[in-house]
Design a binder for this molecule. Structure first.
Ligand code: BGC
Length: 244
């Protein structure tokens, strides 16, 4: 099966056709920068542009950086507020001309890592964190992936993602030991509630895992995502089949 996976993020949409049996990208990924937060209507146009770029007529799955319940988008911490309460499946399906699958971006990445990446063959409790513009989270156990919102845990007076997202390290110019120390404290908090056996760190920063991993010492085994920042695209493509 082949599906187009689209990963909507804080600063860009990324997409590629994916072989959903192997998790391999079938073409070089395409990126549409979104320096300004796009309104839902303009985001839908960008999704249509992505499909046009690949001349795509097959299934489409979309990972969105907010809470998704059924067809509805319920939160949008780092994108346009107009998404809150909107029927995302209807919005994007209309733009694409067929019914799309819609899934939380971190749950998409988690599904892809569990099937093809750092969680492959492991069925114990696994926490996947994507560290990017915000902090995405999903918990996997015995083949089931559950979207979480651990980036919005209140920690030291604000949402945790405002202190530990990769974007915060860049914006505040934090050194690796400084940022790694923050991540270490945050994981300590999360571990007290969830006790995962394995923690997979995803997002673009996973490519720099060796720069910060020695400052992060959770009880669980800490590993970088294997699909790097393709996980969101691959997971969205998987959702095209299960959710459309
Ligand atoms: C959103 C999550 C999302 C994460 C990563 C958070 O702000 O609330 O739903 O998974 O950012 O994009």
């Amino acid at each position: 099966m082949k599906s187009l996976g689209i990963d909507i993020g804080g600063s860009a949409l990324k997409g590629a056709p994916v072989d959903t049996q192997t998790g391999h990208l079938l073409a070089e990924r395409y990126r549409i920068a979104t320096p300004e937060p796009l309104s839902p209507v303009r985001m839908a146009q960008a999704v249509a542009e992505m499909c046009a770029h690949f001349r795509w007529r097959g299934p489409v799955g979309i990972g969105f950086p907010g809470v998704v319940q059924g067809p509805r988008i319920c939160s949008s911490a780092n994108l346009h507020r107009g998404f809150i309460g909107c029927d995302g499946v209807k919005l994007f399906s209309k733009a694409v001309g067929r019914k799309v699958g819609l899934i939380n971006d971190a749950a998409a990445a988690g599904g892809a890592e569990m099937r093809f990446g750092a969680g492959r063959g492991f069925h114990g409790k696994t926490l996947l964190l994507t560290l990017g513009t915000g902090v995405g989270s999903a918990l996997a156990y015995q083949g089931v992936v559950v979207p979480m919102e651990l980036g919005h845990l209140q920690w030291k007076g604000r949402a945790a993602e405002k202190r530990v997202a990769a974007s915060v390290r860049e914006k505040k110019d934090l050194s690796w030991p400084e940022w790694g120390g923050r991540l270490n404290e945050y994981l300590d908090l999360v571990e007290r509630i969830l006790w995962p056996e394995r923690i997979i760190i995803g997002g673009g920063v996973s490519a720099k895992f060796e720069k910060f991993s020695r400052f992060v010492k959770p009880k669980a085994r800490l590993v970088p995502a294997r699909l790097l920042n393709h996980a969101g695209i691959v997971g969205a493509a998987l959702a095209a089949e299960t959710r459309a």
